[in-house]
Ligand binder design. Structure first.
Ligand code: UTP
Length: 297
């Protein structure tokens, strides 16, 4: 029987060095796109996919992230008295049910694979999702929901995948495709950051995964191997070599790499323009900026 996916791991223990000095005191995941922190986009996507248990792998200095999900009774009562129903509604979206969130500590930033491994005791025998909140995906149907629906048919392990230009393959894990079925591909290998001329395809893995608990056995072995970071990609590659049940899923939507400055700015523009109340003023501003720059060139 195929098990439902009800747990998600959010690895948020990275150092976020690309956003220093901001990340000296603010977790990257609390940085805002328009008016919502990155983590809120990830939580909303997980909820839409039917996730009930939210496991955060955190580290030192991530207190603001943990506090973000606390109910703010004082603020809520002030807003209620002032009749600010719309703001109350926005706050309600951030409230999490008691017991729905777990925080696990990663004591040292030993890599994404290690961060996922830290959550092993909270997972049990069922498949689970992994969401990297720096990858923000604008989509009509949220990306993880698309994946959970596809996973109900395939079972096994699934990674979100998107086509990238050849000159960009060296920035991603790239899939070696066995069988291309359209949205779904079955995978016979995975190569980390290959140069353009050695990449087995243009299909890159991004930060959404549905994995089986067997991944923890591979992470265990990798962890006790040579020093350095423990890569999630290596554990998935190990699973590919042992089984026939790893799929790539071409999601429908636009992904923004909010772990990089350029990606974060692009997402800010896209999500700002998508807001009805901001659209007109913002687009006029952008048109004006572009015209001024063109004139100056
Ligand atoms: P990144 O590769 O973006 O690293 O991690 P980072 O530390 O967050 O950022 P930079 O590169 O220093 O700017 C991808 C995801 O894996 C998590 C991060 O929090 C992010 O969600 N991660 C990474 C961990 O949880 N632990 C780690 O040891 C490494």
């Amino acid at each position: 029987m195929k098990r439902k996916v009800t747990k998600a791991i959010f690895p948020v223990a990275g150092l976020g060095t690309r956003f220093l000095p901001a990340t000296k005191s603010i977790p990257k995941e609390i940085m805002t796109l328009v008016d919502r922190p990155l983590i809120q986009y990830a939580i909303d996507e997980a909820r839409a996919a039917g996730i009930k248990e939210f496991i955060f792998v955190t580290s030192r200095g991530k207190g603001a992230l943990e506090d973000y999900f606390d109910h703010s009774h004082e603020l809520e009562s002030t807003l209620r008295k002032a009749g600010k129903e719309d703001l109350l509604e926005a706050l309600r979206d951030t409230n999490m049910e008691s017991g729905a969130i777990a925080y696990i500590r990663q004591h040292k930033a030993l890599g994404l694979g290690h961060a996922v491994w830290c959550a092993r005791r909270l997972i049990g025998q069922e498949p689970f999702a992994v969401i990297l909140p720096d990858d923000v995906i604008a989509a009509e149907k949220p990306c993880l929901q698309q994946m959970v629906e596809a996973h109900a048919e395939t079972g096994g392990n699934m990674v979100a995948a998107m086509e990238v230009p050849s000159e960009k393959t060296s920035a991603y894990g790239i899939l070696d495709i066995r069988d291309d079925m359209g949205a779904l591909v079955s995978v016979k290998g995975m190569v980390e950051k290959p140069a353009a001329n050695t990449a087995p395809s243009n299909l890159a893995v991004i930060g959404r995964y549905i994995l089986t608990p067997k991944i923890f056995q591979h992470l265990n072995r990798l962890k006790s191997g040579a020093g350095g970071e423990v890569q999630l990609t290596d554990a998935i590659a190990e699973e590919i070599s042992r089984s026939n049940n790893v799929y790539g899923f071409r999601f429908r939507g636009q992904r923004f790499d909010c772990g990089s400055k350029a990606g974060f700015l692009q997402a800010t523009v896209a999500f700002g323009l998508a807001r009805e109340e901001l659209h007109e003023e913002f687009i006029q501003f952008l048109i004006g900026m572009t015209a001024t720059r063109k004139a100056a060139e």
